[in-house]
Design a protein around this ligand. Sequence first.
Ligand code: BGP
Length: 500
Amino acid sequence: MAFPKDFLWGGATAANQYEGGYAEGGKGLAVADLITDGTKDQPRRIFYRMPDGTEGTIGQGECIPVGAVGILKEGYYYPSHVATDFYHHYKEDIALFAEIGFKVLRLSISWTRIFPNGDDEEPNEAGLQFYDDVIDELRKHNIEPLVTILHFDMPVNLATKYGGWINRKLIDFYLRYAKTVFTRYKDKVKYWVTVNEINVLGGYWTLGLSSNNRKEKESSNQGETPMADAGIKLQALHHLMVASSLANKAAREINPNFQMGAMLALSGIYPATCHPDDVFGAYEFRRKALMFSDVLFRGSYPNYAQSIFDEYGFTLKTERGDEEILRQYPSDFLAFSYYRTTVYDRFSPHTTTTGGQQGAPNPYLKTTPWGWPIDPDGLRFVLNELYDRYQKPLFIVENGMGNQDVVNPDGTIDDDYRIDYLRGHVLAIKKAIEIDHVPVMGYTPWGCIDIVSAGTGEMSKRYGMIYVDMDDKGHGTLKRSRKKSFYWYQKVISSNGEEV
Ligand code: BGP
C-alpha cells in the first residue's frame, strides 16, 4: 500500500472565502471584507477615502495610498460578507465532510473574529467560542483540524493605524493572537499553519501596506506593483517571517506536540527552452518562491537573496535578535499549494498570483477554463524537488481545478473533469511516495466545498466536491448538494488511495 495508514485525506478552506458572518459575533472588519467581486476580465477592487474626502480604488494586490482608509461602498457586492456561510452551516458541512470520510479539515481562523481591531487587549469571547464549536464538531466526527492562523487576512484597523506589516508592532499583535488561539485550542488542535502562501502576499489586502509609488512597475500578485513597493513588501514579509518563527516558539512552549507548518504557493516552473537564459531564468524565478522556505526551514536568508534584493534596489532592515529567532525556531513541516505548472520564457512577462507563479503557456498541457495548466506530473516533480531541498515532511494543503459546474434537472452534478484532475494528482502523489520515497503527510484539495475565488471573487469558479447554490452576485439558497466527485473521493479515502 503506497499511502501510509495515517495519511491525512481531507479538504481545505479559508475563513475569508467561506465563513461569511462578516459582522456577526463581534467580528471586526478585515481588508478581505472590503474587496468587491470581479471576473476573469474585471479585477476585484478596493475603494478608499483620503483624509480630504476624495475617493479612489486600488487593485487587489496593490498598496493603498499613504493616509487613505479602505471603505465599503454602497452599491457594490462584497463576496466575503456571506461567502458560502460556513458561519451558520458548519454542522451541516462538517457532517458532509465526515460522510466523504475526511480525516482532516484545513480551515483558517479569522483574526478579526478573535481580535476585532487587531490591537485589542482582550480577545472576543464570542469569536473564540465559535471556533470551539467548530473544532468540537470536527472532533465529534473524528476529523482532525488543520488550522491556518493567517490566510489572506488583515484587520483594517492595523492597516490604518500602523501601516500593516511594514510596522514591527504587527509582530506583537500577531503573536498575541497566535498565543491566544494556541492556548485556547491546545488540547484540540495539533496541526497549525502560521501563514498562508507567504510568497504571494503583497499590498493592502494581505499585508495592509500603503505607498505613494506609481513609477516603475514589477508584476506581482494580481496586478502591477511598483518596484519600490516590492521592497516594502519584502521588508513586511521579513517581519512576518520573524512573527512566524516566534509563533513556532510560543506554540512549542504551549504544547510540545504541536506540529507547526510553513505554507507556500509552490506550483512548479519549467524553462521554455534549453537556452541557458531560459534555464537559469527559470531557476532564478523559482528562487523567488523558495527564498521564503529557505528562511523558514534553513533558518537564514540564502546567499542569492541579496541578488533578489538588488533587483528591487532594496536593503533589508533587520533588528538584533532576528537572525537568532529565524535560526532557532524553524517550522516542522512544509505545507504547500500546487495547482499547475508554468513556463519561464526569457521573452515573456511573469507574475505571482493566487495559485503561485505564472509565466508563458505550455503547449503540452491542457488548461482549466480559467487558463491554469493541468499538470499532475508536475506535482511529483515538485514533491521531489522540495524533499531533496529540505528533507521535511510535505503536506499538500491546496490542489484542485476551478470550473463552472452545471446542475442537471434532477439536481445531480457530473463533474468528471474535476475527478480526472484530482485522480491525476492523487496518482502523482502515489508515485512520489511509492517510487521516489518522498514522505507526504496528507492531501487537502482546495475548496472541498464551493467557496468564493480569492483571485476573481467569483462563485462560478468552483473547486468543491459539494455544490453550494449561490451565484457570483450572492443570489442563491445556499443549499448544499453532493457532486459526482463527492462519491469518487469517498472511495479514494475509504480505500486509502488504492481505488482511484
Ligand atoms: C490560493 C489561495 C486560496 C485559493 C486558491 C485558488 O492562492 O491560498 O485562498 O483561493 O489559491 O485561487 P483562486 O481562488 O483565485 O482560484
